[in-house]
Design a protein around this ligand. Structure first.
Ligand code: FES
Ligand code: FES
Length: 174
């Protein structure tokens, strides 16, 4: 990346959940703030702002990414996926979301978007995870209220369901 002037807002063009998107950001603006304030994608949450809690996890070019440790200018030209892209329609949930709902795998929901994005990414390349695999993945996410048992159960249930569907986000009625 060429040198960017600190006091200048830069145009950023990228793909958000499969659609072209653009916004402006100063070089030091974090991806969390850019997504929430500039783009209006407030499903991505901000917790610790230190890369610890996992609440801000989004997917950039197929990689789980802590948005609080990423600069907005770094996503120029990238394919970004956020929790807003998981549901196939406004009145439908994706498989993972539906499994979380069935299993009461969230309470306040603050951690949920990040966990969903990590699981969605992980299960795309690991469609047959063991419980231990899910627990290791979840070690990168802090949930202060639900407890992890229902989250693990929902993740395993969703993995089984995904294997039997052709599309990863096959629509599931709410
Ligand atoms: S807000 Fe990014 S990891 Fe906690
Ligand atoms: S559901 Fe509240 S922090 Fe996880």
């Amino acid at each position: 990346m060429s040198t960017l002037k600190a006091d200048v807002r830069h145009q950023i063009q990228f793909t958000l959940n499969g659609k072209p998107a653009e916004g402006e950001a100063e070089p030091r603006m974090l991806l969390t703030d850019f997504l929430r304030q500039q783009i209006g994608a407030t499903g991505t949450h901000v917790g610790c702002e230190h890369g610890v809690c996992g609440a801000c996890t989004v997917v950039v070019d197929g990689m789980m990414t802590r948005a609080c440790l990423t600069l907005a200018v770094q996503i120029e030209g990238c394919e970004v996926r956020t929790v807003e892209g998981l549901a196939p329609a406004a009145d439908r949930l994706g498989i993972l979301q539906s499994a979380f709902r069935r299993n009461h795998a969230l309470q306040c929901g603050f951690c949920t978007a990040g966990i969903l994005m990590s699981l969605d990414t992980y299960l795309r390349s690991n469609p047959d995870p063991a419980e231990e695999d899910i627990r290791v993945l979840l070690s990168g996410h802090l949930c202060r209220c639900t407890g992890y048992a229902p989250i693990v159960k929902a993740a395993l249930e969703a993995a089984r369901e995904m294997k039997t569907t052709t599309a990863h986000n096959e629509p599931v009625h709410v």
